[in-house]
Design a protein around this ligand. Structure first.
Ligand code: ZN
Length: 445
């Protein structure tokens, strides 16, 4: 592979790279400061004179399959528990073909929004969908996005005091066996891996204590990370107090999850003492501002968490509660929500970009991602300011967030272009949308 100089961007989220970066063999090998020329001999040139360059954005919470139930009438205008209860029976009808369409839609949306690494939390395994993680791995490889795919799970149904119906839960032995299978088949522990696996029992109200403990043990044995929803709603807190006699964070600790290989989705209803415990343990939180606002779940205390020493990432959450998979729009949503909460002196556009880059990279234990630096992997998102919404904007980085950038012009993963001129080479979006819409109609009967 020939070295490539991304020359003279109009803005870049890195110091000392005013004239761009040089990429070689999948990595950033040089930052070119103002007034300088690259030291790398023979680098080809990509003219970035129309572009603002960001590190590839990192999405740390999603449920790809939920693109099948966007704006689903049964679930509109509900809080989390009734929202879930309306959707479980629809999700139970999911087929491998429907999941493949849903995953491809979600990944395409993410890539086109400047996301180069995504996680997914897949926890619905109705009959016939045993190979859900396999389908996700294949789609991620096809589209060239970096992925940390979690083998999710639910085993506590209504019959046993949980929230989901029997049709979407599995038993513990089957879950653990398949978790071990997908780790063995797909988890690449190397630092610049394209596919990694993590384990992700869904939530306190859909998983038994036994499965939480066993999953923590399995993850420790295989050196993979743990992910779950926690402290998302007051209903969840009440469930924990009534069922386990403790608050959600105490439950997390009792089940062997309070450590630095765990990242949590939402983390809204933590008090100051709990934030200090999370910080001491090295546990990270993914902020999901659109989902939290649509479901009116509350506001994550991001600045208190960072002040306590925690790392906070960003996630779009499932497309049934967002209802989009656009990570750049999520950056703007985080900026607006947190700024309204903390004030203009405390939250800037750079903070929101940090949550979606280095913060998210920390959530998944991948320090080589989310930054533009020599030695970092060449995952980059390039936006233009050519649209009407940016006309006259002066600060290019601020413009991306405050004017509402939502579509990358170019995206690079590991030194390879996966988005060119605002499109994914080889992907027929119109055909994908027809296939996805047909699957959606089947699910909704
Ligand atoms: Zn979620």
């Amino acid at each position: 592979m020939t070295a490539l100089w991304l020359r003279d961007p109009i803005g870049i989220l890195a110091d000392g790279a005013e004239r761009g970066v040089v990429v070689d063999n999948g990595r950033i090998v040089e930052l070119v400061p103002a007034g300088a020329e690259p030291a790398t001999p023979g680098a080809a040139v990509f003219d970035a004179g129309r572009h603002v360059v960001l590190p590839g954005l990192v999405n740390t919470h999603h449920h790809f399959y939920q693109t099948l139930t966007r704006a689903s009438p049964a679930a509109l205008d509900r809080t989390l528990f009734p929202w879930l209860q309306a959707l479980y029976p629809i999700w139970a009808r999911m087929t491998p073909e429907a999941l493949d369409a849903a995953v491809t839609v979600a990944l395409a949306e993410l890539l086109l929004s400047g996301c180069t690494t995504t996680t997914d939390h897949h926890y619905v395994f109705p009959a016939g969908l045993d190979d859900a993680v396999d389908i996700e791995v294949a789609a991620a490889r096809r589209l060239g996005i970096r992925a940390v795919l979690t083998r999710g799970s639910m085993n506590l149904s209504q019959r046993d005091g949980g929230l989901p119906p029997d049709s979407v839960v599995q038993d513990e032995d089957r879950i653990l066996a398949d978790s071990e299978r997908v780790i063995g088949a797909f988890h690449d522990p190397s630092p610049d891996a394209m596919v990694q696996i993590a384990l992700a029992p869904c939530s306190p109200f859909s998983v038994t204590t036994s499965l939480m403990r066993a999953t923590a043990g399995l993850a420790a044995r295989h050196g993979v990370r743990l992910h779950t929803h926690l402290a998302e709603t007051i209903d969840e807190e009440s469930f924990c107090l009534e069922t386990f006699g403790c608050r959600p964070l105490d439950y997390l600790e009792q089940t062997g999850w309070l450590h630095d290989r765990t990242w949590l989705a939402h983390g809204i209803h933590f008090d100051a003492g709990e934030i200090a415990r999370l910080a001491a343990a090295g546990t990270c939180v993914t902020h999901c501002p659109c989902s939290n606002q649509i479901l009116a779940s509350g506001t994550c205390l991001v600045c208190e968490m960072e002040a306590a020493g925690m790392q906070v990432g960003l996630g779009v959450d499932g497309s049934a509660s967002n209802n989009a998979s656009n990570l750049m729009q999520e950056v703007r949503a985080a900026y607006l929500l947190q700024r309204a909460h903390y004030g203009v002196e405390t939250v800037s556009h750079r903070d929101a970009l940090r949550w979606a880059t280095t913060g998210s990279a920390a959530c998944i234990g991948r320090p080589e991602l989310g930054r533009i630096a020599v030695g970092a992997v060449a995952d980059l998102a390039l936006f233009t300011l050519d649209e009407l919404r940016f006309s006259g904007a002066l600060d290019p980085l601020a413009a991306l967030v405050t004017c509402g950038a939502h579509r990358a012009d170019r995206v690079m993963v590991g030194g390879r272009w996966v988005v060119e001129d605002g499109a994914i080479p080889g992907l027929d979006i119109a055909a994908l949308m027809r296939r996805h819409a047909a699957a959606t109609r089947v699910l909704h009967g």
